[in-house]
Design a protein. Sequence first.
Length: 414
Amino acid sequence: MKILLLNQVFYPDVVATAQYLSDLATELSARGHEVTVVSSRRAYEHPETLYPARETWRGVKILRIFSTRFGKGAKWRRAADFASFLFCCCARLLFLPRHDVVLALTTPPLISFIGAWRAKLWRARFCYWVMDFNPDEAIAAGWLRADSFAARFLERLSRFSLRRADGIIALDRFMRDRIMAKGIAAEKIAVIPPWSQDGDVRYDAAGREAFRKLHQLEGKFVVMYSGNHSPVHPLDTLMQAADKLRSELDVVFCFVGGGSEFQRIKKWAEERGKSEIGNRKSEIVCLPYQPLDQLSASLSAADAHVVVMGDAMLGLVHPCKIYNMLTVAAPVIYIGPETSHVTEILGSLQPQHPWIGVRHGAGDELARQVLSLRRTTAGQGRRPLAEAIARYSAATLLPRLVAVLEKDSAKMTN
């Protein structure tokens, strides 16, 4: 089959949706499909970096298109960048030959609407991989008023994409329920979580020590938040706990990644450093996204990993970082709603795997639990979570996603 994949980011970008779509594209190509990807020439976190306009990678044809680079400093800047990408995407799709299947993700939000229309005009199958759910997410985050013209307009486009889709991939049961609440039949929706990057991520003892030495973390209890720093994953409670633990010199909070909130975290860390007494080193470390070939080392370096979900974001976004945490068998610190996909996963793990959880705003409680976690895990090695790793591995989940595109109903069970 000829399969078209649409998303703003793709290989060699390192943000999550680029990695997942790259995995899918190479798997489809390996199965003999003719795969074309339309994405942006600009790197997501560093838009000054330009990728080649055309490239063939592992049998996948990549067409990268122009977009502006105003940045994320204001809403209008991000909107302009999205609009320029979408306009150029529409123009590029006009000249593509017919494909049998179109798959759209959700970056930027309207890409699914474009994909649905292109598939309709081609009389092709359309599949919708809902990585985050807009405009509901934007409304929940306070970026859009529910009664605004923009919100109502985007809602109509979203419903068109959902109705037009022959197959919809939701990331968890909460997201499936949100989609069904729009009047979409359950049989159209396959619940397939994102997989761990188990081909690239593993527990790396040597890498752990090298990373900790490089960043002066030896002998410390390292609490790490790694990934996208976004308002939908509010970090204020973690920051409150870090403030409470300033006197604990062996506890280090490490923020790794990027996103719209990363600069705020860096500024907060710098201000803390300036207020330290004497020559004491600040216990906050901020680092950019790590290259994929160094991800095992950075993730293994943590003594506890943090996963955060905003209270209003249940079913709208999915904390996919949990799967790599399980791969490196790290203790987990969860901040978010009492019941979520994360708590269901953690609750299903073998009882001896350590994790703690608090609600947003409970900074004092989180600080106490971090100290307790440090005591209870001191001197313990990592216990491989073989069952969880197998359940959320690419080998398990990727064939189910491929089956949706190939319309193999026998493999689409949730």
